[in-house]
Design a protein around this ligand. Structure first.
Ligand code: FES
Length: 151
């Protein structure tokens, strides 16, 4: 390749290469952000009184408990897990630095992950994960109404 051709090639290609690298990073970054949870707002099907959160499990907003197995009820700072027909509830405030909206759940490990700094929390309420133990709330199920004691 002649030096003028090479110079022309570099002039033409470098901006595209740099743009693709920068764009690639943005793409990777935006892809990784897409992995973080963006909970669907819950607008109905629950009430709260005297620190007791009562959820109507028949309400459409709580359908993800059936399809996904868990939800981050961001409006009430509660993670709710459905496992083998029973329900467990946890704070959604990460003990590490308080992030509330970066949760995911691994059924195979029975573990919540806060992706802000990748700390894990066992869902059994007693075994420490890498971030310690996640605060659990007591639950009671009756007539498809789930009561969660937030005190
Ligand atoms: S805030 Fe959750 S891991 Fe750091």
């Amino acid at each position: 390749m002649k030096s003028t051709n090479r110079r022309h090639f570099i002039k033409q290609t470098c901006p595209l290469l740099i743009a693709s690298i920068v764009g690639g990073e943005a793409l990777v970054s935006s892809c990784s952000k897409e992995k973080t949870e963006n909970p669907t707002p819950i607008s109905g099907g629950y009430q709260i009184s005297d620190q007791i959160l009562t959820i109507d499990l028949n309400h459409a907003d709580f359908e993800p408990l059936n399809s996904k197995g868990w939800i981050n009820f961001l409006e009430q700072n509660v993670l709710i897990l459905k496992s083998n027909g029973s329900y467990s509830a946890y704070t959604n405030v990460c003990p590490h630095e308080g992030t509330r909206n970066r949760w995911s759940y691994s059924a195979s490990e029975n573990t919540f992950l806060c992706s802000n700094h990748d700390k894990t929390y066992k869902a059994d309420c007693k075994t420490a994960g890498s971030g310690g133990v996640l605060k659990c709330y007591s639950t009671q199920l009756s007539n498809n109404q789930l009561k969660i004691n937030l005190s």
